[in-house]
Write a protein that binds this ligand. Structure first.
Ligand code: NDP
Length: 291
């Protein structure tokens, strides 16, 4: 078996490759930087995928919440291209291989934050930049009907893991006792432990009945306040300093701050129906593992 992972150098991609390697699966990363077992996006365009490719995964994407990047039209274009174009390039390339599975990531920004409880079957029209992006990202992954490759897209919530994403950003402030809820803290926070997200990808690779959209979220619905409490307890630190909305809006601009200030109620209906077992279904245990 040989699996190609677009964005395999990132937080999610590197954990995925680590887990696949432990099972004896060899991987090739697609990265902008050269290195061992890597090809570039230009190589992909010129030479296609390695001949022995048995599955393709895409988890590439410029970090939306990079505080060093201004939310400018240029940066937004990068955010978009790094997801939609990479996914499209892989969807085109995978057709000329003997691969049996094509699995990609997308996000819960697909769903509009309101009181609706969303499952994979919920239909949502695009309503802002990020929701349009998730729609186009998923569209880019679609293979033609006559293609025999099984396709899976995981709409992921906030991924909780020590080596990247949100936890890496908040660890120090919480450690110093400066942590707290974001905005009112009443917004829902769809989340998943990195181990479960990685396992969901390998579950999708192994089980030939898995196809289509999967909500990459834990089965437990929580608010940001509930997350903050669980994380603070696990860290044995107080977390009473709220991060006011206006601060985030100034630092990140309103459109990006929304990612943190608003949240959707998302449940993994198809995931549980298909028999996926979570290692971290509840936030207290997930947080204990994280600290
Ligand atoms: P990281 O920032 O850790 O990794 C991003 C990866 O994407 C890197 O491997 C990088 O590869 C590649 N990349 C970054 N910018 C570009 C670019 N402009 N063009 C091509 N490739 C690029 O992110 P995560 O692992 O946390 O997230 C991966 C994907 O999962 C993203 O698309 C993200 O939107 C999605 N996701 C993540 C969530 C989270 O909480 N972390 C939640 C929901 C979805 P290299 O530098 O080697 O080229």
């Amino acid at each position: 078996k040989h699996i190609v992972v677009g964005g395999g150098t990132g937080f999610i991609g590197s954990q995925l490759i680590k887990s696949l390697s432990l099972e004896g699966v060899s991987c090739t990363c697609i990265s902008r930087m050269p290195g061992p077992n890597r090809i570039s996006w230009n190589d992909l365009e010129s030479y296609g995928l390695p001949e022995n490719t048995s599955a393709v995964i895409n988890v590439a994407g410029q970090n939306v919440l990079d505080p060093m990047q201004r939310w400018s039209p240029g940066f937004k274009q990068n955010v978009r291209n790094s997801r939609v174009k990479t996914t499209k390039a892989l969807a085109d390339a995978v057709k000329s291989t003997k691969a049996t599975v094509f699995a990609t990531i997308s996000g819960v920004a697909y769903y509009k934050p309101n009181d609706t409880v969303y499952t994979e079957e919920s239909k949502c029209e695009p309503y802002d930049f990020l929701s349009r992006l998730t729609h186009d990202w998923e569209e880019a992954a679609k293979l033609s009907e006559d293609c025999n490759i099984r396709q899976v897209t995981i709409r992921s919530g906030v991924v909780l893991g020590r080596s990247g994403g949100m936890i890496k950003q908040i660890y120090l402030p919480f450690f110093l006792g400066l942590g707290g809820p974001i905005g009112t803290g009443n917004q829902y926070m769809p989340w998943i432990h990195i181990t479960d997200l990685v396992n969901m990808f390998t579950f999708a690779l192994k089980n030939s009945n898995v196809h289509g959209i999967l909500n990459g979220v834990a089965p437990q619905l929580i608010t940001n306040k509930e997350f903050t409490k669980a994380f603070a307890v696990a860290m044995k630190r107080p977390a009473v300093m709220p991060l006011p909305s206006f601060v985030l809006q100034i630092l990140f601009s309103e459109e990006r701050a929304k990612i943190m200030l608003e949240g959707q109620k998302v449940i993994p209906k198809r995931v549980t129906e298909m028999g996926f077992q979570y290692q971290y279904p509840n936030i207290e245990n997930a947080c204990k593992q994280l600290v």
